[in-house]
Ligand binder design. Structure first.
Ligand code: IPM
Ligand code: MG
Length: 371
């Protein structure tokens, strides 16, 4: 048995806690069957933390996140906290985690399982075999740029300001991550900005071009963000890796995610820079939100959270065999026709969150020859 991996689990709000419970079951399975153990500390974030402590993330929980080997995050937000001030909103907890842990590279894969090609709102032929990786810059740009605010000028005119700002280092490091990953995939990078209207776009393009020269095996294409949105729904399979800024990445990743038919299926990893020993700070979260409309009903899809966990196994712990096992089990469960409500279609069996977890454990036992 190797040393336990220190995980901070932040289930958050809405369906966060119920999908997190399915990951706990898989962790228990791994301890029992694979001799991989996790030391899990749970904390509050988002609305749950606002209710308990009056803030979406306490300093103690922030310190726990810094001390953990990896953070696993559920979802935050809900109508209950819609009216609170922006810096106290549930989302502010997530933004602080990203910023303070310096998680600049957000990996958002969008892929389609063969058995799920019919779930997309696009024609199955357009998405069958789809496998895109969006690399979104996550700690800068308009999300954090100063100045920002809403103010009233002496003339009485009110105005609002957000600032899109990028340093060379910030663009450099995230573009490099995209190129490195492309060399392990299909050697194609689309660098996405609005160089036709924005200074940060011109700057981004210039840096991407320079870095591209260091990767002669990778084909680099520049694309305007509006065109990218259009191309994603016109011909999504032209893309391999897309690298873009924080705001465009937010929008384009929702678009790419929906191509696959369900947000309930997609994981993400937010990574910092590796230190001298090669370890990086990291947070893993499903792309879906807190879905308050179905929270607590045991109908949510736990697969995005489980896939976020397998991304953790790969990126934080190099446990590729275990990640392969779990991903294989997910494929088998889907191929057997089991679906949570969000991805159910005629001819499939609609199952609950906990049943999905159970089926997965069964497939895992099968995969290692226990049953
Ligand atoms: C996302 C979300 C967040 C973002 C919100 C919850 C702050 O939409 O992770 O894509 O805008 O980054
Ligand atoms: Mg978003």
């Amino acid at each position: 048995m190797t040393a336990p991996k220190k995980i901070l689990l932040l289930p958050g709000d809405g369906i966060g806690p119920e999908v997190s419970r399915q990951v706990r079951r898989v962790m228990d399975w791994m301890a029992k069957r694979r001799s991989v153990s996790f030391e899990v500390k749970e904390g509050l974030v988002g609305g749950a933390s606002i209710d308990a402590h009056g803030t979406p993330l306490t300093d103690e929980t922030m310190a726990d996140a810094m001390a953990a080997d990896a953070v696993l995050f559920g979802a935050v937000g809900g109508p209950k906290w819609d009216e609170v001030a922006r810096h106290l909103r549930p989302e502010a907890g997530l933004l602080r985690l990203r910023k303070d842990m310096d998680l600049f590279a957000n990996l958002r894969p969008a892929f389609v399982y063969d058995s799920m090609a019919d779930a997309s709102s696009l024609k199955p032929d357009l998405v069958r075999g789809l496998d895109i990786l969006i690399v979104r810059e996550l700690t800068s740009g308009v999300y954090f740029g100063q100045p920002r605010g809403i103010e009233t000028l002496p003339t009485g005119v009110r105005r609002a300001i957000d600032t899109q700002l990028y340093t060379e280092i910030e663009v450099n490091r995230v573009v490099r991550v995209a190129f490195d990953l492309a060399t392990k995939r299909r050697n194609k990078v689309h660098s996405v900005e609005k160089a036709n209207v924005m200074e940060t776009g011109v700057f981004w393009r210039e840096i991407a071009t320079k870095i591209g020269k260091e990767y002669p095996s990778v084909e680099l294409q520049h694309m305007y963000a509006d065109n990218c949105a259009m191309q994603l729904v016109r011909n999504p399979k032209q893309f391999d890796v897309i690298v873009t800024d924080n705001l465009f990445g937010d929008i384009l990743s929702d678009c790419a995610a929906m191509l696959t038919g369900s947000l309930g299926m997609l994981p993400s990893a937010s990574l910092g820079a590796p230190d001298a020993s090669g370890r990086r700070k990291a947070l893993y979260e499903p792309v879906h939100g807190s879905a308050p409309d179905i929270a607590g009903q045991n109908v949510a899809n736990p697969l995005a959270m489980l896939l976020s966990f397998t991304m953790m196994l790969r990126w934080s712990f190099d446990l590729h065999e275990d990640a392969d096992l779990i991903e294989g089990a997910i494929k088998s469960v889907l191929a057997s026709g089991m679906r949570t409500a969000d991805i159910a279609s005629p001819g499939t069996a609609k199952v609950s969150t906990t049943t999905m977890g159970e089926m997965l454990l069964r497939e895992l036992d099968k995969a290692i020859g226990i049953i």
